[in-house]
Design a protein around this ligand. Structure first.
Ligand SMILES: [Zn+2]
Length: 80
């Protein structure tokens, strides 16, 4: 079987040329989560405003933390 040519990106070369790989982040949208460019204002996948989505994500995280804390309390109060 013939050896396939390597398709690896030489990032060292990219650095020499002054072209860093683009910084990607995950969209904070609950149902989206696609990779998007950092520094954008809106997500090109779901069209959401990133500031709003991030705020919603933090609110959901706090809610989950409260639920986990309540669960720990309930489990901790159970007789062994
Ligand atoms: Zn999105």
């Amino acid at each position: 079987m013939p050896r396939l040519p390597e398709k690896r990106v030489d990032w060292r070369h990219a650095r020499i040329k002054g072209r860093l790989p683009p910084r990607l982040v995950r969209c904070p949208g609950g149902e989206c989560g696609q990779y998007i460019y950092a520094g954008g204002k809106t997500c090109p996948h779901c069209g959401g405003t990133l500031v709003t989505l991030r705020r919603k994500q933090l609110a959901a995280l706090r809610k989950a933390e409260r639920a986990a804390e309540k669960l720990r309390e309930i489990l901790g109060s159970l007789p062994e």
